[in-house]
Design a protein. Structure first.
Ligand code: TNX
Length: 533
């Protein structure tokens, strides 16, 4: 048992309330605050929107329409939500939550902190609070606690591949909502790949007219022998219009989630080449890819293609206000560049060593472009191979070594190793009892045991580790329900890795709280994998 839990028991209180991720400091006190018809939500002018959102969230299950008053005194029977300039120690995202039988108060230095205080408050209520119809016979009691909470990491992310299988806009919003419930603050949206281009680009309409649709999809696991491949004969596709994106960006912003859009280059680009064959190396007309794996068809490194990529990124920057733009960079086989006169001439002209250095040059051109527009390029760890672009942030997916190398070179890093953060891997060793997955084995306790800061880093280097995120690649994940099954409850474990102080992490205590948390997810219609092992 942790020190906090021992203290709580010693004080005669219950164990730590079932909040996921577990707050940094919790003191359980006697008594409870009860929601009643007369309860009033009191906010600062700046936090009025958050107060209204809380009132809206509490209404369906309780049937109570709580009044929201701005600038009123926080007396008996009030829920006060306020900014406090003396709380700079809590940073952008920390908060204090003080629940007494007579009144309840959330205080934070910044609005994001107040938002997380509200998320904690919702989890202190019975799980039925997440239902969308009035739940009779439930006592809406909030146990008296004093919570002081700040996140351990600044980058707490979840990634979703909507290229391999298109996921509808409503599901994207649900993922953002669930991210916020777990106090995650980055949504990495993998929008383009060989099998589909999902973002409307006004200058290049064929990207979605052609690139958003594939003729059919490989059935089952990809066999080494391509003569054995069988296809489903069903067209698959879809894309988000720019208006859809504006809606999703606003939805995320209201939940303090920054979207990190990803446009893959120069690899994972067959859908773009299918739309505009001049982007490829051979000028042949390709279909949007119907199989999985590492594709040999990559963008050519010519000046016109660099211009194309920058034009696309201009529209992306116009849609997404966040600081980070992801340009992929992973798995770009160089056979076509080796055979291409244009690529070889580029290598000579630019005095580059080889094809890897040419990809490094391509990435640096994107880095300069994004930097000149006040943004940061982020890419998968292959971008280290051809000489790292000066401002780039690295996502370390092939283990943590890329992250270590980048941090030592003074680059920001987000840890995304397959070994601990790939939610497309199996959740059980009994794979026959699970839906078909890409392979691998990533059980819940392994996610929980993940340590984003590799011990090899010094304290100074460790500061470059911004955090981590969970990945959902969707080759074998055809729809939202399967996506939920693969992500939950593993994302709950990762959220705790990212939020909770390292010394307060305790797997047994996590699984105890998770049992209640899964009732919340059930109320929210999340198709989580039940805990069976
Ligand atoms: C590798 S992770 C990829 C993806 C696949 C994934 C499957 C990464 C940067 N590239 O394109 O979907 O493996 O696990």
């Amino acid at each position: 048992m942790s020190i906090v839990a021992v203290l709580a028991v010693a004080l005669g209180g219950d164990s730590i309330p079932a909040i996921v991720p577990r707050p940094a400091h919790v003191t359980v006190q006697p008594g409870a605050f009860t929601l009643r018809t007369a309860t009033v939500i009191v906010t600062d002018r700046a936090l009025r929107g958050l107060g209204e959102r809380l009132a809206d969230d509490l209404f369906p299950a309780t049937g109570l329409r709580l009044a929201v008053r701005t600038g009123a005194p926080a007396g008996t029977g009030t829920i006060a939500i306020r900014l406090d300039s003396s709380l700079a120690r809590l940073g952008e995202e920390g908060y204090l939550l003080d629940v007494r039988p007579s009144r309840l108060a959330i205080r934070a230095y910044r609005a994001a902190g107040a938002f997380y205080g509200i998320e904690t408050l919702r989890q202190l209520l019975p799980p039925a609070i997440f239902r969308q119809a009035e739940m009779t016979g439930v006592a809406w009691r909030i146990p008296a606690v004093a919570i002081e909470d700040v996140p351990r990491f600044a980058w707490r992310g979840v990634h979703l591949d909507v290229a391999r299988h298109f996921m509808p806009k409503e599901f994207v919003k649900k993922v953002i909502d669930l991210a916020a419930l777990h106090k995650l603050n980055r949504f990495h949206w993998h929008l383009t790949d060989d099998q589909g281009w999902r973002l409307e680009i006004k200058q290049y309409p064929r990207l979605t007219q052609v690139g958003a649709w594939r003729r059919e999809t490989l059935i089952g696991r990809k066999d080494q022998d391509s003569t054995k491949w069988r296809f489903d004969g069903q067209p698959h596709g879809g894309f988000y219009t720019q208006d859809d994106v504006r809606e999703i960006v606003a939805y995320a912003r209201a939940r303090f989630v920054t979207i990190v859009p990803e446009i893959e280059m120069p690899g994972h680009s067959q859908a773009a080449i299918a739309a505009y064959p001049e982007l490829g190396n051979r000028g042949d007309t390709l279909p949007v890819w119907t199989a999985w794996g590492v594709d040999q068809n990559i963008l050519n490194p010519g000046e016109a293609t660099i211009q194309f990529a920058q034009n696309v990124l201009s529209e992306v920057m116009g849609l997404f206000p966040g600081p980070w733009i992801h340009t992929g960079g992973d798995e770009a086989p160089k056979a076509q560049w080796k055979a291409s006169p244009l690529a070889q001439a580029r290598i000579r002209e630019l005095g580059l060593k080889d094809e890897e250095a040419l990809q490094g040059y391509f990435t640096r051109r994107m880095d300069e472009f994004l930097t000149s527009h006040g943004r940061r390029l982020i890419g998968w760890d292959e971008i280290l191979e051809g000489g790292l672009a000066p401002n780039a942030v690295v996502m370390s997916w092939r283990g943590v070594d890329g992250g270590i190398a980048a941090a030592r070179a003074g680059h920001d890093v987000v840890m995304t190793p397959g070994s601990h953060t790939y939610f497309d891997h199996y959740q059980s060793s009994d794979t026959a009892a699970e839906p078909l997955a890409i392979g691998g084995f990533l059980p819940l306790d392994t996610v929980y045991a993940f340590e984003p800061v590799p011990p090899a880093l010094t304290a100074a280097e460790a500061r470059y580790v911004l955090g981590a995120q969970g990945q959902l690649w969707t080759e074998y994940i055809p729809d939202p329900k399967r996506a939920e099954y693969m992500v939950f409850p593993r994302l709950c474990a990762l959220a705790e890795v990212l939020w909770t102080p390292r010394e307060a992490r305790d797997y047994a205590d996590f699984t105890r709280r998770l049992a209640t948390h899964l009732e919340r997810l059930a109320a929210l219609d999340v198709n989580f994998r039940p805990i069976t092992n």
